[in-house]
Write a protein that binds this ligand. Structure first.
Ligand code: SF4
Length: 155
């Protein structure tokens, strides 16, 4: 993860680690966003990956949420499957809870999350068919952050 001072009183954001340059995406690559990288480098953002926090490896098999969104997963009505058909729901939920816990510990009220991800996506996510089709909804971590009153935006 990005090196930052966790005691910094400058912390304003929690962000998706891949946007800050961490090579934690399912394909072992980053999704670098210059604005988010700068926030982390300045000590204004803590950068973490919920899927890694939930215990999933890098690289890992791509996952999507079939027939619903992160709110449905948190409600216990939808399971998350990876492309091999394995149920990875528990890892996604555990990662979301740990991500939220860090935000709360540091009193962070704003998040910048990677668009379209089944964990981090905000407003739009892939539909579970692994065909790049998008549906309205949030990823699991984004849904949990919103539920807890944290302002979430996507990049
Ligand atoms: Fe990036 Fe979020 Fe996926 Fe981790 S879970 S690689 S932070 S989009």
């Amino acid at each position: 993860m990005c090196e930052i001072d966790l005691n910094s009183n400058k912390l304003e954001y929690i962000v998706s680690a891949c946007l800050a340059g961490e090579k934690c995406s399912y394909d072992g690559r980053d999704r670098l966003n210059d604005e988010v990288f700068k926030l982390a480098a300045e000590g204004r953002a803590i950068a973490l990956c919920p899927e890694v926090m939930g215990g999933l490896p890098v690289p890992r098999t791509l996952s999507e949420i079939p027939g619903g969104d992160g709110a449905g997963v948190l409600a216990g009505t939808i399971r998350i499957l990876n492309k091999d058909g394995e149920d990875v729901t528990e890892a996604f939920i555990k990662g979301a809870e740990r991500f939220l816990e860090v935000a709360k510990t540091h009193g962070i009220k704003k998040a910048i999350m990677k668009a379209k991800s089944p964990s981090c996506g905000v407003g739009l996510i892939y539909d579970g068919s692994f065909s790049k089709r998008l549906i309205k909804g949030d990823g699991v971590t984004a849904a949990l952050l919103k539920r807890e009153g944290i302002e979430v935006e996507a990049r």
